[in-house]
Design a protein around this ligand. Structure first.
Ligand code: 3HC
Length: 283
């Protein structure tokens, strides 16, 4: 199956990054969000990244214009009917995702693959809301999408080998390096990474070390590019909490309990970089 048009649902940090790399790879992209202001914010993020690439000499102005020209924004879900491949990047809420997958199943062409960028929710459960579970797959990008090379491709219970292979190939065409993962809570990478960030929050909460020293420690002692607390702020503490809750509930294992400090920060509306405050303040 030839993919020409990719539908991206959700124009947030992940959705806009995915739209950008898809357009850079030559695909036409239709990016959809619920409100015009969200669509515009996503398009502005792409434009900023492209302007920076031109400034840095990585792209010519005409290349950047061509990439931008391949992305259209919409609030109408029906506009995705012409997409050959859908990448969903909406909030981590299974009820909302299932409602969306049911609608997409009715709107999209029969051969269209529905891929989720979920951080760790069940692909099988999303697929159960459709009549095409063999065409539902996980395609998990990492933040910031234009920079990070990895895509986890996740096989749900009924995902067909053909769907899986197509998604691996699409990830390569988008300039990424895919790894193959069988469905399990949080897949492979977040299963390791997110509990580490959660543990760093415990270390902070217990007063074992300051935020700066925890982060410096992991950068200097384990060669991480940024420390775990800074990474939590980058990913978003709301996302992080939702991801920890998923693995905690799915496994019932107390080792995955979310750190109360993260819960408190989220309740206070301090989600990290995107709200200007998380473990650190960003002014
Ligand atoms: N979009 C596009 N480009 C970006 C970017 C963004 N949001 N953020 C940074 N970059 C680019 C910069 O433009 C810069 O490129 P340039 O040198 O050509 O100008 C380059 O990345 C390096 O950026 P900086 O010099 O500003 O900062 P750093 O050297 O600290 O690099 C980083 C930034 C690449 C984000 C680095 O800190 C890093 O690798 N951090 C770890 C990221 C990580 O672990 N991500 C995974 C999160 S988990 C996840 O996403 C899964 C989810 O399900 C929870």
């Amino acid at each position: 199956m030839e993919i020409k048009t990719i539908g991206v649902i959700g124009a947030g940090t992940m959705g806009s990054g995915i739209a950008q790399v898809a357009a850079e790879a030559g695909f036409n992209v239709i990016m959809r969000d619920l409100e015009e202001q969200f669509v515009q914010r996503g398009l502005t993020a792409v434009e900023k990244n492209l302007a920076r690439a031109v400034e840095k000499g990585r792209k010519s102005q005409s290349e950047a214009d061509a990439v931008r020209g391949r992305i259209s924004g919409t609030t109408r879900l029906e506009d995705l009917s012409e997409a050959d491949f859908i990448i969903e990047a909406i909030i981590e809420n299974m009820a909302l995702k299932k409602e969306l997958y049911e609608k997409l199943d009715a709107i999209c062409k029969e051969e269209t693959v529905l891929a989720s960028n979920t951080s760790g929710l069940s692909i099988t459960e999303m697929a159960s809301a459709t009549k095409r579970p063999q065409k539902v797959v996980g395609m998990h990008f990492f933040n910031p999408v234009p920079v990070m090379k990895l895509v986890e491709v996740i096989k749900g219970f009924d995902t067909a080998a053909e769907t899986f292979d197509l998604t691996m190939e699409l990830a390569r065409q988008m300039g990424k390096e895919p790894i193959a993962v069988n469905e399990a809570p949080l897949f492979a990478v977040n299963r390791i990474l997110v509990p580490m960030i959660n543990e760093a929050a415990f270390v902070l909460m217990e007063g074992v070390a300051t935020a700066e020293d925890i982060d410096r420690g992991m950068m200097l002692g384990a060669n991480h590019p940024i420390g775990p607390l800074a990474l939590g702020d980058l990913v978003g503490l709301d996302v992080l909490l939702a991801v920890m809750e998923t693995i905690y509930h799915e496994t019932g294992d107390s080792k995955y309990r979310p750190c109360p400090l993260i819960r408190k920060l989220v309740r206070a509306g301090h989600f990290g970089r995107k709200t200007g405050r998380g473990f650190y303040s960003y002014t």
